[in-house]
Ligand binder design. Sequence first.
Ligand SMILES: *[C@@H]1O[C@H](CO)[C@@H](O)[C@H](O)[C@H]1NC(C)=O
Ligand SMILES: *[C@@H]1O[C@H](CO)[C@@H](O)[C@H](O)[C@H]1NC(C)=O
Ligand SMILES: *[C@@H]1O[C@H](CO)[C@@H](O)[C@H](O)[C@H]1NC(C)=O
Length: 369
Amino acid sequence: MVLLRCVQGIVSTLVLISVCLIGAYKTVSDDTLRRLPRPGLDFDIYHGPILAPILRTRVPGTPGAEAVRDHFVNFFRSSLPEWKIELHNFTAQTPVSNNREISFTNFIAFRDPPGINEGDTARLTLVAHADSKLKPTGFIGAIDSAAPCAIIMHAVRSIYIALTRKWSSEAYPSNDTHGIQVIFTDGEERFSDDSSNLVDDLYGSRTLAADWEMQEYPPTARYPNRLASISLFVLLDLLGTSEPVIASNYNTTHWVYKNIARLEARLRQLGQFKSISTKKDTSAVRSWFIDSDREARPGHIVDDHVPFYSRGVKILHIIDYDPFRGFPGVWHTLDDDGQHLDLAAVEDWSLLMTAFLAEWLHLEGYMDD
Ligand SMILES: *[C@@H]1O[C@H](CO)[C@@H](O)[C@H](O)[C@H]1NC(C)=O
Ligand SMILES: *[C@@H]1O[C@H](CO)[C@@H](O)[C@H](O)[C@H]1NC(C)=O
Ligand SMILES: *[C@@H]1O[C@H](CO)[C@@H](O)[C@H](O)[C@H]1NC(C)=O
């Protein structure tokens, strides 16, 4: 039954089998969906404790970037004490740094199931970029990607207690090897306006993917290296405007995409969503996930998943990109700020990601207070 569900919406490839073997995907109940933790004032753009501190310029190597990184560290230390935090530092020159080395830091945090060796743990990995664009001066990047970072922070905090409960319960099967990891990358945005410069972006993800591939586990471990232990790389980008359009770009992970689309539909039916998404000129509900009834379509967006994808990591790219109309209107303009966010949509995304984590990590029965 489980294997069937995995094999259904996918083209059969060997890689997929491994996804199915590390544990089945388990849906949560309507009751659980109705009681998901709400962000409350966390996403208030002026004073909210999660999102407001990210809504500032945070160009790599500047005090703004450091302040936002401190915010991430403080949040995980105080709200998710069981998580391990790592700062992955490196330096690089950019086309505008006049031969000066710029400091970059990827923020990484993870939590593994108890009693499982690190090399045997499969980590579901949630990713967004922490940096903002150098130009136009004063660019905030609320959807790009302050809000995606905040959505991830809310979602992992919302399952914190459930994971503790599950992993300390007697029924916990010690062969359950799902862990969870967050990466907030640095230097995703390019510094120059020259889009033909192929190394002037993805600074953090390129360095991290290469380093993790070299970080080998013992020969007896299930995974050869830290890169290979990523069970799924879920990249959130450009989220926080109204009526997002999310396409599916990989047949290998299309079954996960469909599961998230199904959660979206259920949350709407249960009256849990606050934002509105309707079909053009009608009042009929339009799913954010436009490919949930068809196969994946080829996509060519360059983003932080590329260095991981090219090394064989499985990708789910959740980015608002309409194949016919392109990126959201505020994209890469000064209008991409807190005031232009659709906070109802941000809250809905945070609920949807929480529900997805609860299903992936098998938290039904552990979510209740
Ligand atoms: C990385 O850099 C930060 C400052 O940006 C520093 O606090 C931290 O100790 C460094 N971490 C490592 C592992 O070098
Ligand atoms: C884990 O163990 C349980 C019984 O303890 C078994 O039913 C299940 O199939 C095992 N799962 C895996 C992935 O080995
Ligand atoms: C997914 O598979 C279908 C059917 O084989 C194919 O038409 C489509 O192009 C594939 N999509 C991608 C992104 O590879």
